[in-house]
Design a protein around this ligand. Sequence first.
Ligand code: S3P
Length: 184
Amino acid sequence: MRKQKQKTHNMNLTKPVVLIGMMGSGKTKIGHMLAKTLKARFIDSDHRIEESAGCSISDIFEKYGEPEFRRLEKRVIANLIVNNEADVIALGGGAILNEDTAALIKERALCVWVKAPLDHIYKRVSQNSNRPLLACENPREVLQDLMQQREPHYARADLHIDNEDDQAEQAIQKILERIASLSE
Ligand code: S3P
């Protein structure tokens, strides 16, 4: 089947769109597609963290531990938002649990929760080994626990979208509608 050409939209973004949600829910893919549709700038916070640390997320966890990763994550995200470095930002799955990050995003961004069921997430994260929190004997249970703990934090987002069967196109449509309503 021929791939449909992605439409672009001329829409004014009055604030950045920040995508939150579990690892493997599809934030990066949706973020990329949304930015392309809007002809806007996209950044994945994990990539920016890796750039500034000069090593991979797994190496940061291994060498310095999770608390240091979280400090770096908070600083990188604050800089991205305060310095207006991107229009669409995909955050790592645990970033929004930081209260300062959550407050900054509430004040300055449109926050979107990308939701997907556990099985879908598990299937996606099983395809690669770059998630240090899942480098354990029972990654499925760990994912399930994290999902439960984090849902109340994710639920505070301005918009919830389902990305169940890789429904990126519908998800993007819903985000575009919300962006349009912001400038009405
Ligand atoms: C994490 C998610 C990862 C990355 C790190 C920790 C988490 O990002 O930030 O491994 O705590 O859920 P993705 O959500 O992009 O996989």
